[in-house]
Write a protein that binds this ligand. Sequence first.
Ligand code: BTN
Length: 258
Amino acid sequence: MNEQSLKNALEGLPVPEVIYFEETDSTNERALNLAGTAEEFTLLVADRQTAGRGRMGRRWVTTPDSSLAFTLILHPTSTEQQFMGFFSFLGGLAVCLAIEEACDAKPQVKWPNDVLLGGRKTAGILAESQFQGDMLASTALGIGINLQKGAVPPPEEVMFPATCVSDHCPGLANREHFLASILRHLIVWRPKVMERAFLDTYQSRLAFVGEKVLLAQPPGEDIQGIMMGVDMLGHLVLELEDGEVKAFPVGDVKLRLG
Ligand code: BTN
């Protein structure tokens, strides 16, 4: 991948600027630095990140040649700002749809926005926003994908078992075309994030529905329950052990064994 091959693959898409790094600290960090002046859908892509970041302060490793790491700069409208949680769902859904387009694998989303293949994590999304006063000005929608085996972190380094797209989707197109496909799905679904159809499409790919899960809650408490789905606010709905049905706005889902 290089800047030219990327630009060729993205031709025709409404991406005003593509910034390619062979190496950078974090495309989200670069995007947030640029967001004040950059146009909507400016895209930053890195072959390697030295300080890639994940949700909840975690690290995200991006291995050259075998990963896909990129960030889109968005300037959500004031209406969209009421649905900001759905922007990271949008990233996860777009990755699922691009995988489904490439092969007959059945990707799932692990609430809120990890993408699983065969029950293992293959992609993660980190949406970070920048404010002017108390108004949201821009969002950096960062997506990291393990494409080839070399991108899969060793088991001792991850909280959840990991895999790569090529293990489930041998016919996968090259990185640039896969990225273009994800962007196309993002662009199609972005205006619909406020519609019921968006949540239904997301929810139909939701992992662990009906199963017993543990929801890790910051600062470290686990809640156990049966996963019911996602409500209209995008919160995770669990049936707790005492029968109460409760929605949770944040957390990290794990399968509860036994
Ligand atoms: C997670 O699963 O915790 C989210 C991982 C998000 C990683 C991507 S890679 C591109 C962008 N730049 C970053 O530093 N993080 C996101």
